[in-house]
Design a protein around this ligand. Structure first.
Ligand SMILES: CC(=O)SCCNC(=O)CCNC(=O)[C@H](O)C(C)(C)COP(=O)(O)OP(=O)(O)OC[C@H]1O[C@@H](n2cnc3c(N)ncnc32)[C@H](O)[C@@H]1OP(=O)(O)O
Ligand SMILES: CC(C)C(=O)C(=O)O
Ligand SMILES: [Mg+2]
Length: 510
């Protein structure tokens, strides 16, 4: 805590990241991500907002009970019920933190909270004091800080510190600031607070103007020691500051920033893929650090330069962030040794049973596809590592479709190893197949959205389908993989149905 240049990484993928429209993670998925965040080495995991729903409460509680190492934080509005609920979930953690917040800007006070500044101040102080009765580590966030009156904000910050806040976060809630302005803003507030070294100042920037990472870095230059961010920059509206971009900016420009983080860099890529896979939010190809093109060189002059000396066009090495480039070609004639070796290089240590299963899937794919790339292997592993047990498994699919005919699908699912078959029609082949699945499972989903992308290039590319399926009042993300795009689509639908079924079983306590 004494090293002024040590930056604490506060990951809020599971809270603010989950606020991305259409994203909803179940307890198992949140736990899987939290465990990976711990392997990556973040300092704080904001696991959720416990009062928001029973599922979020359970997720925070499970993470608090299970994940060791990082501080586990939970969000609470500035009221006693939220704080009590947050503590109920967090109290199991090795290092718990209650994170309470209240807006300081006049626009939020007047229209949203309908409170005066003095009422806000009293409520913030009361919330922090109350939270401190339960937990020694309490963070206070002044929501919409960057649009707040500076004098009033400084008064609130001083008051919550006196009330016992250990971390004070000044969010750019609506992504309204720009780097120079934000640096000056942070410096001004920090300088105005007596004994400002007793508390950790934090930044939390949103990306409405595409400046979240730049603003966060400026905040760190001004003296903030905690930075709040999400994997792949997911989050409310245009998202939050991206964790991987902040980490790599601090690393690559170390001479400039002179800040230290305690991170396992080679876990970055894997973390990014896991979050994309479980949230259903695809990563754009040109996304910095983790996009498919981030280390690709297309044009001749660049390729020539890189072949002569990598650093002509690469400011960091792909291997550092866990992206492995490998010349060993894997295909249908490859054996277990080469396959296992590649898995280790990609950062996957599988048990013998998992390895056997993955190898069988690999051979299956190799029969359909000439060359198996690292992306194919990762896709297979993600497919295998599905977060819920498969009650329903797609066994057989036959589609009859064409111009001037009604698309018809025949589907066979196995349920507890017993085959069940149904046929149905629809306005397209996917709808027909979904209807057939619904008939078998007696679960009726509504496909809201589905995105198909080729995991690799070529006619024999593996297609990955990420779908959002509404069942009851909730939306479930499904994922399916196949060289056949209709099969991948139906698999993603069945995956979402499996998630729904698993959740229902848990709710019923069976
Ligand atoms: C900037 C951010 O990211 S803040 C975090 C945003 N995240 C979320 O909202 C996700 C989870 N939220 C939820 O599940 C729900 O909104 C809940 C459970 C928290 C509250 O649900 P409801 O009780 O139905 O209230 P609703 O969401 O409609 O309105 C919010 C209420 O909280 C109040 N409120 C908002 N912020 C705060 C705060 N920091 N402290 C205290 N009260 C607050 C609002 O003024 C409003 O109060 P009112 O009902 O007296 O008008
Ligand atoms: C709750 C706070 C920290 C927040 O997410 C924001 O202001 O953006
Ligand atoms: Mg936010």
């Amino acid at each position: 805590m004494n090293d002024k240049n040590r930056i604490f990484l506060f990951d809020t993928t599971l809270r603010d990241g989950e606020q991305s429209p259409g994203v909803s993670l179940n307890v198992e998925e949140k736990l899987e991500i939290a465990q990976q965040l711990a392997r990556l080495g973040v300092d704080v995991i904001e696991a959720g907002f416990p009062i928001a729903s029973p599922g979020d409460f359970q997720a925070v509680k499970t993470i608090a009970q299970t994940v060791k190492g990082p501080i586990i934080a939970g969000l609470a509005r500035a009221n006693r019920a939220d704080i009590e609920r947050a503590w109920e979930a967090l109290k199991y953690a090795e290092n718990p933190r209650i994170h309470t917040f209240l807006a300081t800007s006049d626009i939020h006070l007047k229209y949203k909270l309908q409170k005066t500044r003095s009422e806000m101040l009293a409520q913030a102080v009361d919330a922090v004091k109350y939270a401190r009765q339960f937990c020694p580590d309490v963070e206070f966030s002044a929501e919409d800080a960057t649009r707040s009156d500076l004098d009033f904000l400084a008064e609130v910050v001083a008051a919550v510190i006196s009330a016992g806040a250990t971390v004070v976060n000044l969010p750019d809630t609506v992504g309204y600031t720009v780097p120079e302005e934000f640096e000056k803003f942070m410096r001004t507030i920090i300088e105005r607070i007596p004994n400002n070294e007793q508390v950790i100042f934090s930044v939390h920037c949103h990306d409405d103007l595409g400046l979240a990472v730049a603003n966060s870095l400026s905040g760190l230059r001004a003296g903030a020691r905690q930075v709040e961010c999400t994997v792949n920059g997911i989050g409310e509206r245009a998202g939050n500051a991206s964790l991987e971009e902040i980490i790599m900016a601090l690393y690559t420009k170390h001479a400039f920033f002179q800040k230290e983080v305690n991170i396992k860099y080679n876990e970055i890529y894997k973390t990014s893929r896991m979050v994309s896979n479980l949230t259903g939010m695809l990563i754009q190809s040109n996304k910095a650090i983790v996009g498919n093109n981030a280390f690709a060189h297309e044009s001749g002059i660049h390729q020539d330069g890189v072949l002569k000396e990598r650093t002509t066009y690469e400011i960091m090495s792909p291997e550092l962030v866990g992206v492995h480039k490998n010349n060993l070609v894997l295909g249908k004639h490859s054996g277990r040794h080469a396959f296992k070796e590649r898995l280790l290089e990609l950062g996957y240590e599988l048990s013998e049973a998992e390895l056997q299963k993955a190898f069988a899937l690999f051979k299956d794919l190799a029969d359909k596809k000439k060359e198996i790339s690292d992306d194919d292997i990762e896709a297979l592993l993600k497919d295998q590592g599905r977060s819920v047990p498969e009650k329903f498994t797609l066994e057989y699919l036959h589609i009859s479709s064409g111009t001037n005919m009604i698309p018809t699908a025949t589907v066979r699912l196995s349920i507890d190893k017993m085959p069940f078959e149904a046929a149905a029609t629809g306005s397209g082949p996917m709808e027909a197949a979904c209807h057939a699945v619904d008939k078998i499972t007696d679960i009726y989903g509504r496909l809201l959205e589905y995105k198909l992308h080729a995991v690799t290039g070529g006619k024999d590319a593996l297609g990955e389908v990420l779908s959002k399926v509404e069942i009851g009042e909730k939306i479930y993300n499904g994922r399916g993989l196949s060289t056949d795009i209709i099969e991948a689509s139906v698999k993603s639908y069945v995956h979402a149905i499996n998630k729904y079924y698993y959740e229902k079983q848990h709710e019923n306590g069976s």
